[in-house]
Design a protein around this ligand. Structure first.
Ligand code: FES
Ligand SMILES: [Fe+2]
Length: 345
């Protein structure tokens, strides 16, 4: 892939692990945004994500670091670091080193995922990570769904923005996902860092039906460029989370999660085993569809400015302009240059 003309350090919430990968007392290692990082869970259950190297002499805390209560002890000389990345104990001195601090990241845990806030300017979070249940404000909860089914595709040459642009790309559904007819978008709301996209779509029937007769659809909520959650209606009840996290200057990790609704009829409940098997199969099908997108994205070269059909102009312009706010370094592609040119003139 050609390196995207977009910064690989956009601002926002990004998934760095699943919650169950970081049990109490465990130190998990990972690499994101070009940094070696660790996630560790204290006795209290609180997760800390920080850069991996000890500020003393540079040991990697992910290789032998030990959680002791609410602090992390370095394997090299026993210095202890707290959840703010501050040194709180040098075992062979009276006082800790108050000056040095390991970089930590704001963390939120939601939908069995660990998200960090990443901002090259060090600003505090200016929006919340979306929740696949609570953000739809419909009273739903995990109890209404079978356990999460997951896909993890590490290290693909793609940018989080490719994934978001799916949210306006009506034309790809027929070709990538074999929908019989082209979906229509019924909502594009790109005013805030959290944006909303609704569309009418069907996977049933043939190409002679009219989209006006379709009563199934999807609502999507995009929390910045890193996390998108969806809710279906008029079809098998499913919710999804896609989370794309930059690893370095050219690759990202892709995570995708699906929840299938538990049966609501008495009859289906009685045949619980069959219902569960069906849910498993349908979840696998939703994941398969997402993999079709991943296949395209993994080999895509970001087109900027793109050759858009007139019917695509409005949606793509809106989403690319919306995306600009997440590039503090101004590397948001031609939309950024256009906006800058408008300001200059
Ligand atoms: S390198 Fe961590 S305590 Fe010395
Ligand atoms: Fe897609």
């Amino acid at each position: 892939m050609a390196k995207p003309p977009l910064s690989m350090k956009p601002t926002g919430w990004y998934q760095v692990a699943w919650s169950d990968e970081v049990a109490v007392g465990h130190v998990h290692t990972m690499k994101y945004f070009g940094e070696e990082m660790i996630a560790w869970r204290a006795e209290s259950g609180r997760v800390t994500v920080m850069n991996a190297y000890c500020e003393h002499l540079g040991a990697h805390l992910g290789f032998g670091g030990k959680v002791i209560g609410e602090v992390l002890q370095c394997p090299f000389h026993g210095w202890q670091w707290n959840q703010e990345g501050r040194n709180v104990c040098i075992p062979y001195e009276k006082r800790p080193n108050r000056g040095r601090r390991i970089t930590t990241y704001p963390v939120t845990e939601c939908n069995q995922s660990i998200y960090i806030w990443h901002d090259t300017d060090g600003r505090e979070p200016f929006f919340d990570a979306p929740d696949v249940f609570a953000s739809f404000a419909d009273g739903s909860s995990l109890d209404d769904y079978y356990p999460q089914q997951r896909l993890y595709v590490p290290g693909r040459e793609l940018h989080p923005q490719y994934v978001l642009e799916n949210g306006v790309d009506f034309a790809h559904f027929k070709y990538v996902h074999d929908t019989p007819i082209v979906p229509v978008f019924t909502r594009h709301d790109f005013d805030q860092p959290v944006s909303y996209v609704d569309f009418t779509i069907t996977f049933e029937g043939d190409e002679n039906q009219s989209i006006d007769d379709v009563d199934s659809g999807v609502e999507a909520i995009n929390g910045g460029l890193g996390i998108a959650v969806t809710k279906s209606s008029g079809m098998i009840d499913n919710r999804t989370i896609s989370a794309i996290t930059p690893v370095d200057e050219s690759t990202s990790d892709v995570r995708f999660m699906v929840y299938i609704g538990r049966p609501t009829t008495e009859r289906a409940r009685q045949n619980a085993e069959r219902a569960e098997r069906k849910a498993q199969e349908f979840g696998a099908e939703v994941i398969r569809q997402f993999q079709q997108d991943v296949h395209i994205w993994s080999h895509q070269r970001y087109s900027d400015p793109p050759a858009l059909a007139s019917s695509e102009m409005q949606g793509f312009t809106a989403i690319r302009e919306w995306a600009l706010r997440f590039y503090p370094d101004g590397k948001g592609g031609s939309a950024a240059r256009l906006a800058a040119a408008n300001l200059d003139s």
